[in-house]
Ligand binder design. Structure first.
Ligand SMILES: [Zn+2]
Length: 258
């Protein structure tokens, strides 16, 4: 058994919750308290009706998520919003959310962990965000692009997602790659990819026009799925809490298919 306050202090410090810039509505940190004690942590990508039910079924008293409760800003606590909040409170389930702080963490971050999963070794950060913070990672390799695409395809398939890849010539090789999990492909990140000589850009998702921009820039973009690419950080953070606080942990898998 651990104190919720101690876990929150640890996560806030480790993830630099107060310092890392994010969308206002991300509201990183403890979003919902419980009675103050934690014995079991459930990790999930999204705060949703399904992950609350899944966490309670697992007898968790802390739900650790990447996408928290307040994405639409101030909102009335009615209908579905009321139902899931009521279930969490009645179930004594605290909620801690970490968005960009968890994307960019050097050991627990979605980006660094996806690189590792794909057997890529980062040599630096990539993906400018509000000034001098960089969310993603980049590095060099010498691999057939097809192999890299296959690694992402296999990973995404485990979460029910079909990776989408912009067209490329047979025999093409990838030498400079970058990763930004989640909604990583945008005109801004593709501009940065061009500036930094990236030839293969691995993301969760992006708007259709990012594919056109990529093709015209000679960059292959591999869209691995928003959900799949953001499953690693919350699980690593929950595993860290196991080590540090002696609590148990579980992953509540609730794929969106996207
Ligand atoms: Zn995301």
């Amino acid at each position: 058994m651990a104190e919720l306050d101690a876990i929150v202090r640890y996560l806030d410090t480790e993830l630099r919750t107060a310092e890392v810039p994010d969308h206002e509505a991300a509201m990183n940190g403890l979003q919902l308290a419980n009675d103050g004690r934690v014995t079991r942590v459930a990790a999930a990508v999204d705060f949703s009706a399904e992950t609350v039910v899944g966490a309670l079924r697992e007898r968790a008293d802390l739900l650790l998520v990447h996408h928290g409760m307040f994405w639409r800003g101030a909102q009335a606590i009615v209908a579905r919003t009321y139902d899931r909040l009521r279930a969490a409170i009645l179930g004594n389930l605290a909620v801690y959310s970490s968005h960009i702080p968890l994307d960019m963490h050097a050991e627990l971050g979605n980006n660094v962990l996806l690189a590792k999963r794909l057997e890529l070794t980062p040599s630096g950060s990539f993906g400018r965000w509000r000034g001098d913070v960089e969310i993603g990672v980049m590095g060099t390799c010498d691999l057939p692009t097809d192999d890299l695409a296959e690694r992402v395809r296999a990973f995404s398939a485990t979460f029910g997602t079909t990776a989408v890849i912009t067209p490329f010539e047979p025999g093409r090789r990838s030498r400079r790659w970058a990763i930004i999990t989640g909604a990583g492909a945008s005109l801004d990140t593709l501009q940065e990819a061009r500036e930094r000589g990236i030839d293969t850009f691995i993301v969760g998702e992006g708007a259709h026009h990012t594919g056109v921009d990529a093709i015209e820039s000679g960059i292959v973009v591999i869209y691995g799925g928003h959900y799949a690419t953001e499953t690693l950080g919350v699980r690593a953070a929950a595993a860290r809490l196991e080590e540090r606080f002696g609590v148990s942990s579980t992953f509540v898998n609730s794929p969106t298919g996207l």
